[in-house]
Design a protein around this ligand. Structure first.
Ligand code: NAD
Length: 415
C-alpha cells in the first residue's frame, strides 16, 4: 500500500482511521487506544494536520519538590520507566538541606533576520545600529498585547559574517509568559523590509533562534551526603561528573538524563519539547565543545552541592498549552509565570541528573530499573493482570529478565 493518499485531509476521522488501520494492520484495540479521551478529534484536528487520533503516554506526578521554600508537584508525561520515581527520590534528598534555590534572567528570546548581498557588511551594521529605536518601534507595533503585559522588543545586536557578505540582526524580545516563537517570528518578518531599506541588502531568513541564551534559568541544591549513601557515593558521583565534563560521549548521556526530567514536564504541559531540547544541547556546546549542563562540588560539610543553568523557552499560556491535559498539568504545577516555570524545569533537570548519577555511581542503573523492566518484559511475554507482577517477581528472583524466560514462567504458572 502506498502512503500517497490524495485528499486524505478531506476525510472524516473514521475514514482516515480505516485507511491507516489497513495500511499498518492495526487491531481494533489499537484504534481505540489512539482515539484518546481528553482531547476531542475536533480539537486535535485544529492543532495539527491529517489527524487520525490522539496518542496517550503515561502522565505521572513527581513528589517531594521544594523550590524556593514552596512545595511543587511536578506533572511528567513520559514513556520511560523510573524517571518519575528518580526525580521524586532526588527531590526528597534535596529537601533535607532546604530544597532547590533558583534564579533566572528575563524571558528574552532572539529573533534572527539574515541580510545578504552586502558589499560593506561592517558599514551596514553601523547603519542599522543608528536606527535601533525605529526598529524596536516597528517590532513592538506588531504586538500590543505583549507590550501591554510588559513585554516587547528590547534591544538589537548585529553579527557580521564578513566572508559571506552578510549580517544577522538579532532582535531581543521579552516574551513574558509565552514560549514566544510566533510572537518573535511576526516581529522579525515585520522589521525585515526596513532593514533592507537601510542597508540595500536582501533579507532571507526571519525566524526565532532556539539558542535562547538570554532566557536562562538556574537552580542549585545541597544533597545530603548521608542520604546519598555516604562519603564513598559522594566521591564516586564527583568522579562520574568529572568524566562527563571532559568527554562528549559521556556528557551526551549525562545531559540526556537531565532532559528525561525536563522534557517530560515540557511534554505534560504541551510546550515545544524540540525547542527546549535544541536549546539545551546547543547551550551545552556554547564554548566550542559539548559538555555538561550541571556541576557538582563537595562543600565543607562533605555534602554534594549541585547546580544547573539552562535556556528555557517555555510558556504558561499560548502555543498548545490549552490542550486539556496541558491545562491540568499547568494547574498541578501551579506556576504563574514562564520565569517560574523555567526555574522549576531547571530544578527538575538537576534532580533527575543527580538521581541518575547516584544510581550509576552506586549500585548501577539496572537494579533500580529491574522491577519495572521485568514488568514490561512480562507484559511483552503475554502476561495480563495479576500475572504481570507474578511473572516479574519470579524473573527478579532468578536474576534473568528476558522474554523467553518470562514465557517459560508464565506457562508454568498457568499450569
Ligand atoms: P502564541 O502565538 O500562541 O501566543 C503569543 C501571543 O500571546 C503573544 O504574541 C501575545 O500577543 C499574547 N499574550 C497574551 N498574554 C500574554 C502574556 N502574559 N505574555 C506574553 N504574551 C501574551 O504562542 P508563542 O508562544 O508566540 O508561540 C509558540 C508556538 O510556536 C509553539 O507552539 C511552538 O511550537 C511554535 N513554533 C516554534 C518554533 C521554533 O521553536 N523554532 C517556530 C515556529 C513556531
Amino acid at each position: 500500500m502506498s502512503s500517497r493518499i490524495p485528499g486524505f485531509y478531506k476525510l472524516s476521522q473514521e475514514e482516515r482511521l480505516k485507511i491507516v488501520k489497513e495500511f499498518a494492520k492495526l487491531s481494533d484495540e489499537d484504534i481505540e487506544a489512539i482515539k484518546g479521551k481528553a482531547l476531542s478529534f475536533e480539537a486535535a484536528n485544529r492543532m495539527i494536520e491529517n489527524v487520525i487520533g490522539t496518542h496517550e503516554i503515561p502522565l505521572g506526578v513527581a513528589t517531594n519538590f521544594l523550590i524556593n521554600g514552596r512545595d511543587y508537584l511536578i506533572p511528567m508525561a513520559i514513556e520511560e520507566p523510573s524517571v518519575v520515581a528518580a526525580a521524586s527520590n532526588a527531590a526528597r534528598i534535596a529537601r533535607i538541606k532546604g530544597g532547590f534555590h533558583t534564579s533566572s534572567s528575563d524571558p528574552v528570546m532572539i529573533g534572527q533576520i539574515q541580510i545578504t548581498d552586502l558589499k560593506t557588511p561592517y558599514y551596514a551594521k553601523m547603519q542599522i545600529m543608528e536606527k535601533k529605536e525605529e526598529i524596536l518601534r516597528i517590532a513592538n507595533d506588531q504586538d500590543p498585547v505583549l507590550v501591554k503585559f510588559g513585554g516587547g522588543a528590547r534591544d538589537i545586536e548585529v553579527r557580521v559574517f564578513e566572508k559571506e557578505k552578510m549580517i544577522v540582526v538579532h532582535l531581543l524580545v521579552d516574551v513574558r509568559d509565552v514560549m514566544g516563537a510566533n510572537a518573535v517570528n511576526t516581529m522579525a518578518e515585520a522589521v525585515a523590509p526596513f532593514l533592507e531599506k537601510i542597508t540595500g541588502g536582501s533579507a532571507v531568513l526571519r525566524i526565532i533562534s532556539n539558542l535562547a541564551v538570554y532566557r536562562i534559568a538556574r537552580s542549585r541544591a545541597i544533597f545530603d551526603a548521608e542520604a546519598l549513601g555516604g562519603e564513598r557515593v559522594v566521591n564516586r558521583i564527583l568522579k562520574a561528573y568529572t568524566l562527563a565534563k571532559v568527554d562528549p560521549f559521556r556528557a551526551t548521556t549525562h545531559n540526556k538524563g537531565i532532559m528525561n526530567g525536563i522534557t517530560a514536564v515540557v511534554s505534560a504541559t504541551c510546550n515545544d519539547t524540540r525547542a527546549v531540547e535544541a536549546g539545551c544541547h546547543a547551550y551545552a556546546s556554547r564554548n566550542g565543545s559539548y559538555t555538561v549542563l550541571t556541576h557538582y562540588e563537595k562543600n565543607e560539610d562533605g555534602d554534594l552541592v549541585g547546580s544547573i543553568e539552562i535556556p528555557t523557552a517555555v510558556g504558561v499560556i499560548g502555543g498548545a498549552t490549552k490542550h486539556p491535559i496541558a491545562r491540568v498539568s499547568l494547574k498541578i504545577l501551579g506556576v504563574k509565570t514562564s520565569k517560574e516555570f523555567g526555574e522549576v524545569l531547571a530544578s527538575v533537570g538537576l534532580a533527575q541528573n543527580l538521581a541518575a548519577l547516584r544510581a550509576l555511581s552506586d549500585e548501577g542503573i539496572q537494579k533500580g530499573h529491574m522491577k519495572l523492566h521485568a514488568r514490561n518484559i512480562a507484559a511483552m511475554a503475554g502476561a495480563e493482570g495479576e500475572m504481570i507482577d507474578k511473572v516479574a517477581e519470579k524473573m527478579v528472583e532468578k536474576g534473568t529478565i528476558r522474554v523467553d524466560v518470562a514465557k517459560e514462567i508464565l506457562e508454568e504458572l498457568k499450569k
